[in-house]
Structure formats: structure tokens, C-alpha cells
Design a protein around this ligand. Structure first.
Ligand code: OFO
Length: 169
């Protein structure tokens, strides 16, 4: 059984994960329209992963006797100036997600809901990976700058990217 405060917090997190998925989908579509197919593939995959994160929460809430609410989503930004801007936005969004997950874990402690707290540990670890990955990508982009050859190789590298094991949701 979920106490109302936890159920509300989990439903808020469901919305955040769903919006993350939409946000990265918009980025993927932008990258594809700009001919950066490797980056687009990476971002489409990332969007799918966020949807998995959402679904995992939906199922958890319902299994524990609550009701997962599927939220309306706001229109994500669809125009970006550069790849740097895309990944800067991605990183700051992931930092926001991490903060939200940490707050949720904190609420679990306050409510002594150790089952949900334990379930949320997967998300805590996932965020470490996702933030680290976004930072690595940004470092690479900063090194490349405006070098066209470098950007071509960057895009090709992302095409080969294989998500780590925890990424399949
Ligand atoms: Fe990367 O946000 Fe989900 O957890």
C-alpha cells in the first residue's frame, strides 16, 4: 500500500520521465532534420529509455495498490542552435531529474517507505550514468568546436553507441 504523499510524488516523477522522453524525441527529430543521423539515433534511443523509466514507475505504482496517472505533456522545444546546445540542455535536464529523484527518496525516508526507497535506488544509479555520459559528450563537443571533420566523426561515433546494461529500463 502506498501512502498518498508517496503516490503523489511517484506520479509527479512519472510526468517528469514522460516529459524527458518527449524532450529527447524533439532533440532527435531536430538532429535528424539537420542530417546528423548518428546523433539522432542516440537521442531516439535515449527517448525510448525515458519512456521505459516512466513505464517502470507506472507499473510499480499500480502494483502497490495506487493509481498511476498518465499525464498531459507540454510541447517541448524543437529548435536548437547547435549540438552543443542540445547536449547542454540534455545535461541540465538530467540534473533536474536527479534532484527530483533525490527528493523522492528523501520523502520515502520521511514516510518510512523502504520498499519504494529500495525501488528508487535503480533510478539513483541510472542518473549517475546518464549525467556522466552527457558530460563526456559535452567535453568531446567542446574539444571539437566548429571543426566539420570532428563533428562528422562525432556523429559517426554516436551511431555506434551501445547503451550500458542498466539502460534497457
Ligand atoms: Fe534520465 O531520466 Fe529517467 O530517470
Amino acid at each position: 500500500m502506498l501512502v498518498e504523499r508517496i503516490e503523489t510524488a511517484l506520479n509527479a516523477q512519472i510526468k517528469i520521465e514522460a516529459e524527458s522522453s518527449q524532450f529527447y524525441l524533439a532533440m532527435a527529430s531536430w538532429a535528424e532534420s539537420e542530417g546528423m543521423n548518428g546523433t539522432a539515433k542516440f537521442l531516439y534511443l535515449h527517448s525510448d529509455e525515458e519512456r521505459e523509466h516512466m513505464l517502470k514507475l507506472v507499473k510499480f505504482v499500480n502494483e502497490r495498490g495506487g493509481q498511476a496517472i498518465i499525464p498531459a505533456l507540454s510541447q517541448p522545444t524543437s529548435n536548437f542552435d547547435s549540438l552543443n546546445q542540445v547536449f547542454e540542455k540534455l545535461l541540465s535536464h538530467e540534473e533536474f531529474v536527479t534532484q527530483s529523484i533525490n527528493e523522492l527518496v528523501h520523502i520515502c525516508f520521511e514516510e518510512k517507505d523502504y520498499t519504494t526507497q529500495n525501488f528508487m535506488q535503480w533510478y539513483v544509479s541510472e542518473q549517475i550514468e546518464e549525467e556522466a555520459l552527457a558530460r563526456t559528450i559535452l567535453d568531446k563537443l567542446n574539444m571539437i568546436g566548429n571543426d566539420k571533420g570532428g563533428l562528422y566523426l562525432f556523429d559517426r561515433d554516436l551511431e555506434m553507441f551501445v547503451p550500458h546494461e542498466g539502460d534497457e529500463g
